[in-house]
Design a protein around this ligand. Structure first.
Ligand code: LAN
Length: 748
């Protein structure tokens, strides 16, 4: 549904109703994502009368010699775009699964129980799909990971256990629950759950508040100059701890006497509930979950605050602090049209409204929970965001442009251009300073305009895609609806946002902390704030760090704008930004020539950005030793047996390159997405002129992987956040092979 700024309350209500019906119908009828996608989009394909004239890919051997690779590539590109355009939603974006994390849906289920909204949100058919999903992701050892591919953790296991119990499963009759309970008990029981899990248990009334480290809402009353003010934290961290502090400050909890909570007190612990030492439990955490162990300082800090907490709890200061926190919660709800920045604060914010007695706020929240739910072959999941709509759409446009087939796919690109136009954020959020928000006029979000939080690299990819559309139109390749042409002013607004994102302060980052770009905001505090990170399972969450991805995308986008509009008054600012941006990119390159990628796996992703960023500043292979080193790095990781690249999620966790292997742990496995990123980086440096053999091998690897209908297989999970949690980008398997093969075919 496109965003309509003039919609009346009634329209919005109608829209919400339709949204709900649409979602419900989808999963009432279908259980498989593939079937669902095919049905939904068949009509559109028929309407466009696009018969597939391409032949299926040839057998493995045929791509061995070089002429075959070239011929095959052309065929693969056509088949690939044909398939992919059939997956496009009529509004122009490509809907896709954005699941992966295993700690999200339990929060939703617990919240519905607390608010007594189970009938509305969890009717029988929804429960069936949710159970299917949860049970599908129980590991062989009986536990559940932090994400779908991860080793079992206390966090995943306890929350999944609780969720299944809330959905009506009984320990006596469920073999899954029995195994899960054993996994939990062998490792010391639910007091070993990391702090976020403890929080959910406390809200559900099966864990004591005094067993939690304090989250005092009073921190919202501190002055902003205070170096660890929450307004300086990374927005995701800030927006999760904000509602948590309100709920903690109020000891918000389910009504007493609920049978499931009482049963859980008996099922989850290794000793009698009443005999648990809650003060000790505050700092307990299972080894499986410990990614970021608390430093000593935190123990002292939380210990002291726990002593003060009973006094604060009853003080007028607490009431004042809670009022302040609630104001920020309501602001966030209203300025995201109740989508909220992510799945965690979405649920907590709704609970804040509930516990503040704001029934109307809760009602406004309800229909927008569906934005986070997705049904796939593994069941119904809560996604990591309300989708990756704009991000994928912007990449898709650039990938299709690269195939050189734009002319044949005008309607597809026309619709994508419409989505890009529709989803640009047109205004700043109100009272920016008061609510610690960055400007957003002209930015692009990651998902939808309703969500609306601006992001540096999403703005950049949006701008790059918009400029690509203009280029293709100028060359007479496509024609878009004149209504969707984006005026230069709007593009310049976007450049302005991107420029505003560049860090000017160093905050102790060495040697060149300034000049880089973070995600949603500038870096607002030093890395030392990480000492206060209370989440045992996640690393680097406290502040918005400058990243290679965000910096490179920003440099690429503003450079592309400057090239197209060299006389625009904003161009001198761009020139300055490119210079310091280039220094920043160089300063964070690793010794071995790679860049660490923070948002997908991992060094291949980071290096693709590092390389393209440097090239956008005018560097070339011949003039820039950093590029030469990067090329060497990539070539050194190409798999001999497959000709492709494959990187394990362990790269992200351990920050050291890990090859991807088959289940046997020995046979190399190439991932079509990693292979494409490496190819794109190499091609951008002119590798085909120096030695085309590695590229040809890589192309052959992609060709072999393509399926007869033009699709590519869904291989291992490819996205990541906070070093440790993986997330699915289901569109990547189509976008990046097309992009890489496209560049390969048009360069040679
Ligand atoms: C995302 C998704 C998009 C991603 C990119 C744009 C790809 C990246 O380049 C910048 C960071 C960003 C915006 C990003 C940050 C962290 C997010 C929001 C996510 C990975 C999606 C889910 C994740 C969020 C923190 C998950 C909710 C869980 C919590 C621990 C709060």
């Amino acid at each position: 549904w496109a965003f309509d700024p003039n919609a009346s309350e009634k329209d919005i209500e109608k829209q919400n109703q339709r949204r709900k019906e649409f979602r419900e119908n989808r999963f009432v009828q279908k259980h498989s994502k593939d079937a669902l996608m095919r049905d939904a989009f068949d009509a559109r394909r028929v309407e466009r009368k696009r018969e597939r004239k391409t032949t299926p890919p040839s057998a493995d051997g045929a791509v061995a010699d070089e002429f075959a690779v070239e011929k095959e590539t052309k065929r693969a590109l056509k088949a690939g775009v044909e398939y992919y355009q059939g997956q496009q939603h009529p509004d122009g974006h490509w809907p896709s699964d954005y699941g992966g994390p295993m700690f999200l849906m339990p929060g939703l289920i617990i919240a519905m129980k607390i608010m007594k909204k189970e009938k509305e949100m969890l009717p029988a058919h929804v429960k069936v799909e949710m159970k299917r999903y949860l049970e599908n992701h129980v590991n062989e050892d009986g536990g559940v990971g932090l994400h779908i591919e991860g080793h079992s953790t206390m966090f995943g296991s306890v929350l999944t256990y609780v969720a299944l119990r809330c959905l009506g499963e009984e320990l006596e009759s469920s073999e899954t629950l029995r195994k899960m309970q054993e996994w939990i008990k062998v490792r010391g029981g639910a007091t070993k759950t990391p702090s976020w899990g403890k929080f959910w248990l406390a809200m559900l009334g099966c864990y004591e508040w005094k067993g939690l480290n304090p989250i005092p809402p009073e921190c919202w009353l501190l002055p902003y100059w205070f170096p660890a003010h929450p307004g300086r934290y990374w927005c995701h961290c800030r927006m999760v701890y904000l509602p948590m502090s309100y709920l903690y400050g109020k000891r918000a909890q389910i009504e007493a006497g609920n049978p499931v909570s009482e049963a859980l007190k008996l099922e989850l612990y290794c000793q009698e509930y009443d005999t648990i030492n809650w003060n000790k439990a505050r700092n307990e955490c299972a080894n499986e979950d410990l990614y970021y162990p608390h430093p000593m300082l935190q123990d002292v800090l939380w210990g002291t605050l726990s002593k003060v907490e009973p006094i604060l709890l009853r003080s007028p200061l607490r009431k004042w602090a809670n009022r302040e926190a609630l104001k920020h919660v309501v602001y966030e709800d209203e300025n995201t049209r109740y989508v909220d920045i992510g799945p965690v604060n979405k649920v907590f914010n709704c609970l804040c409204r509930y516990f503040s007695g704001d029934a109307e706020g809760v009602e406004k929240h309800m229909p927008r929970f569906w934005d986070y739910l997705w049904v796939a072959e593994d069941g119904m999941k809560m996604q990591g965001y309300n989708g990756s709509q704009l991000w994928d759409c912007a990449f898709a446009v650039q990938a299709i442009e690269a195939t050189g087939l734009a002319k044949n796919f005008n309607e597809c690109l026309r619709d994508a251009a419409k989505y890009i136009d529709d989803s640009q954020v047109r205004d700043d959020a109100p009272e920016l300073k008061k609510y610690y928000r960055h400007i957003s006029k002209g930015a692009w979000p990651f998902s939808t305009r309703d969500h609306g939080w601006p992001i540096s690299d999403c703005s950049s990819e949006g701008l790059k895609a918009a400029l690509s559309v203009m280029d293709m139109e100028d060359q007479g390749l496509i024609k878009i609806d004149p209504k969707n042409k984006i005026a230069v002013d709007r593009l310049a607004d976007c450049v302005n946002v991107i420029l505003s994102y560049q860090n000017t302060q160093r905050f102790g980052f060495k040697p060149q902390g300034s000049g880089g770009w973070a995600t949603y905001e500038n870096t607002r505090a030093g890395k030392w704030v990480e000492i206060l990170n209370p989440a045992e399972t996640f690393g680097d969450i406290m502040i918005d760090y400058p990243y290679v991805e965000c910096s490179s995308a920003s440099i690429q986008a503003i450079s592309k704008f400057a090239k197209r509009f060299p006389d625009h008054p904003i161009v001198p600012r761009i020139e300055k930004a490119r210079k310091s941006g280039r220094n920043f990119l160089k300063s964070i390159q690793k010794e071995d020539g790679s860049w660490y990628g923070s948002w997908a796996i991992c060094f291949t992703y980071g290096t693709w950005f590092g390389v393209l960023g440097l090239i956008a500043t005018g560097s070339t292979y011949d003039t820039c030793p950093h590029l030469r080193k990067a090329v060497q790095f990539l070539l050194s990781k190409q798999q001999e047996t497959t000709g492709g690249w494959g990187e394990s999620y362990l790269s992200c966790e351990k920050k050291v390159y890990h090859q991807l292997y088959e289940k046997d742990g020995k046979t190399e496995f190439a991932h079509c997405v990693n292979t494409s990123w490496a190819m794109l980086a190499l091609l951008a440096t002119g590798q085909e002129k120096r030695d085309a053999a590695p590229l040809r091998k890589a192309a052959a690897c992609l060709l072999k992987k393509q399926l007869p209908d033009g699709d590519w297989p869904q291989e291992n999970i490819m996205g990541v956040f906070n070093n440790n949690c993986m997330i699915t980008y289901a569109n990547y398997k189509n976008i990046f092979p097309l992009w890489a093969l496209g560049k390969f075919a048009t360069k040679e």
